[in-house]
Ligand binder design. Structure first.
Ligand code: G1P
Length: 292
């Protein structure tokens, strides 16, 4: 069942991508491809499949290539057709957002003040109701898409903030928001707290927040009141934590495969996973693995 309750998806894409230098010196990390498909396209396709009406990209003036990529390029399509490449032109049209059915908005986050601040930058652009937040460098592959799965689950969840979650090794808690879990109900992990990047010894669980969120719209006023936290940044997890008593919080154990494509190892794993599903690339992989 598709519900229209979540009408807006926010894509925070202003980050510097330092974990992927030098590639990200010239190319925004969201445009790095898994074989031939940029990370942002996976995120757009996931949100489109989930039926969101408006996509708000929070970006940085130096990353104009993202807007260029996201907007349809009719001239390029015409040029491809004129050169007998109608199939490629059609593929481009399919992947482009149809702005007559999905609204596309770009807002700037001029300073790197944190993920919470990035989400706050979208405040005046969202439609009424809960909002989805999608971090494109957390690539989640699966059917149905993670956002579709979460939106459906959200309709049945008592908590008003729902975050994607997965178990991580304890030594990695310092990389994630970590939930304080109080009870489990199917795929829902109810929580009475969430802490950004706790040291392994201090982490209340090993259940980490990953880059999909469905948030009550009061997140914006909570973020406005939020002082900088871990790393001196305004953290989304801190804004979420502020609302827990009022709204409840649950982690949703996702069904798909998640890859940390902000890291070189994660991107490499995602590439192998996708390659293995395509007969042409799978054959290349097999040859390489068999090579002495
Ligand atoms: C962000 C969030 C963190 C979350 C992570 C998931 O951290 O702040 O809570 O666990 O994404 O990828 P970042 O990776 O931007 O440091």
């Amino acid at each position: 069942m598709k519900t229209k309750m979540v009408r807006t998806a926010i894509f925070p894409v202003a980050g510097l991508g330092t974990r992927f230098l030098p590639a990200t010196k010239g190319t925004p990390k969201e445009l790095l491809p898994v074989i031939d498909k940029p990370l942002i396209q996976f995120a757009i396709d996931e949100a489109r499949a989930a039926g969101v009406e408006r996509m708000v990209f929070v970006t940085h003036p130096t990353k104009s290539a993202i807007e260029h990529y996201v907007r349809d390029d009719a001239e390029l399509r015409e040029a491809l057709k004129a050169h007998g490449k109608a199939r490629l032109a059609h593929e481009l049209e399919e992947s482009a957002l149809d702005e007559s059915s999905t609204e596309v908005i770009f807002v700037m986050q001029n300073e790197p003040l944190g993920l919470g601040h990035a989400v706050l930058c979208a405040k005046t652009q969202v439609l009424p109701g809960p909002v989805a937040v999608v971090l494109p460098d957390d690539l989640i592959l699966g059917e149905p898409g993670c956002l579709s799965e979460m939106i459906e689950a959200y309709a049945t969840c008592s908590a008003k903030h729902l975050v994607a979650a997965m178990e991580v090794p304890r030594e990695l808690t310092e990389r994630y928001g970590i939930l304080s879990v109080t009870s489990q109900e199917g795929q829902f992990f109810h929580a009475d707290g969430v802490v950004e990047k706790p040291a392994p010894a201090k982490a209340r669980s090993c259940l980490a927040v990953i880059g999909r969120y469905i948030l009550d719209p009061s997140i914006f006023s909570d973020l406005e009141a939020q002082a900088p936290g871990a790393g001196g940044e305004i953290q989304l997890t801190d804004g979420i934590a502020r609302g827990i008593d009022r709204l409840g919080l649950a982690g949703f154990s996702i069904s798909g495969h998640r890859f940390d494509c902000g890291s070189k190892v994660g991107m490499f794993e995602a590439t192998l996973f996708v390659a293995n599903q395509n007969p042409i690339y799978a054959e290349v992989l097999r040859r390489y693995c068999a090579a002495p």
